[in-house]
Design a protein around this ligand. Sequence first.
Ligand code: GTB
Length: 217
Amino acid sequence: MIPTITAFERSPDRGRGLARDMRVRWALEEVGQRYDVRLLSFSEMKESAHRKLHPFGQIPTYEERDLTLFESGAIILHIAEAHAGLLPGDANARARAIAWMFAALNTVEPPIVEFGMARISERDKSWYEERQAMLEQRVHTRLGELSSRVGGADWLDDAFSAGDLLMVTVLRRLDGSGVLEKYANLSAYVARGEARPAYQRAFDAQLAVFTGKPPTG
Ligand code: GTB
């Protein structure tokens, strides 16, 4: 059975692949699993039919047979456990890859999201500049630490894993801020993720929702 995910009918990112359905699409492409997408308006996301799937009225969700999931991290862990390709076979390497999934979502994503949200919604506040400098510094702290760990490696822990998939999508949230560019190895790391054929297919599919034209690939 083909799983169904949900995504924005009109993503505010205008097809830049920054909404969290992108990471689920990418994971499904990496493991070669076809999927259907149900597009939702902002009002449909808050209706009771969707809240039965997602208690917070958000995207993405994932439906497969009698299983319904929300939270992009949980969805990707499920996909990675159900298929080969996103988690190593060795038990210790697998545990480390899962640790990187949590690190991406719990340690790196929060300061990046806070920084990005402030840029969108707090620009008119008298304290904007002062707070933004503090939020940017928090992002730099995390990126500096991550950059030191990644060093010259291709991926976070040996082979590409679901940890890399999540970390790349999290770092992409800095798109347009000029912050990631200060870390050459992290910029190269994100570019390596974006160059993967599965990433490209996922990106084209979400872009097609915005342009209204079918993916070319
Ligand atoms: N922790 C949850 C998860 O990982 O699945 C968070 C889910 C979430 O934040 N979903 C967002 C949503 O549904 C879309 S991805 N928001 C609507 C709402 O809460 O009412 C966040 C997002 C939105 C837009 C951009 N953008 O335009 O660049 C980027 C990311």
